[in-house]
Ligand binder design. Sequence first.
Ligand SMILES: NC(=O)c1ccc[n+]([C@@H]2O[C@H](COP(=O)([O-])OP(=O)(O)OC[C@H]3O[C@@H](n4cnc5c(N)ncnc54)[C@H](O)[C@@H]3O)[C@@H](O)[C@H]2O)c1
Length: 249
Amino acid sequence: MRLKDKAAIVTGAGAGIGAAVMELFAREGAGILAVDRDGARVREVAARARALALEADISDEASVTAMVGRAREAFGRIDILVNNAGYGIRGSVVTTAAADWDALMAVNLKGVFLCSKHAIPVMSGGGGGGVILNTASNVANVGLADRAAYVASKGGVAALTRAMALDHAGENIRVNAVAPGVTWSSYFDSMLETHPDPAGFVAALNARSAMNRVAQPVEIANAILWLASDESSFATGSILTVDGGMTAW
Ligand SMILES: NC(=O)c1ccc[n+]([C@@H]2O[C@H](COP(=O)([O-])OP(=O)(O)OC[C@H]3O[C@@H](n4cnc5c(N)ncnc54)[C@H](O)[C@@H]3O)[C@@H](O)[C@H]2O)c1
């Protein structure tokens, strides 16, 4: 029970990595507010883990303040914030529409800002500090063709992680990120559905990792669990790459 009696918010908990984090945190004893903009999906997965579910859009400040208010109401405090919700789009800077750039940044980068902005005062107000985990990506370390907005957003998440770690260490708040490689999530499933050669696509992605496979969501969730627990008590401002050696070169 590595998170016994801790109160956690997990965004993007309706699917993929976020759902795996929620299930793992629940097994480790945390009380969880599972947040997703897909209300039906988050209610279904949260029920399985006996977590509270909330439909909210992390790019909208009023939704975020309601989210923080719901966590306070349910738990009286916030110990852990997992800023995990995010999505990707294809495109170079030339082919990406400005509106699509803005929409992605509003979720992937501004969403991390908004959730942290409103959760941190509750963490520090409780006197016990807290832990923030951001889901960046290994594309924050290296480039990726045809994903300009996504790569820029995840580079921003990595930089914001370091900035917040410095700003809030004095309040006993640790801020870290995981940088996953390709992970088999609902986002991955949707890419396969529209791909003309799904098997070839998977084989090509497998070949990019030194371990010749993609990650399962729980393998990323396990890294997030370590960063959320007291076992990582001296880690702050860290970006933990978990990508099967994809960017080890
Ligand atoms: N799957 C990968 O290969 C991979 C690799 C590196 C990083 N990541 C990152 O991991 C995180 C989780 O992605 P995943 O792969 O599990 O994807 P996923 O699509 O399976 O899950 C993401 C969840 O976030 C929710 N969401 C999206 N926008 C939201 C918003 N504005 N407000 C609230 N909820 C919102 C979605 O409804 C969905 O349930 C993302 O930040 C993603 O960029 C994924």
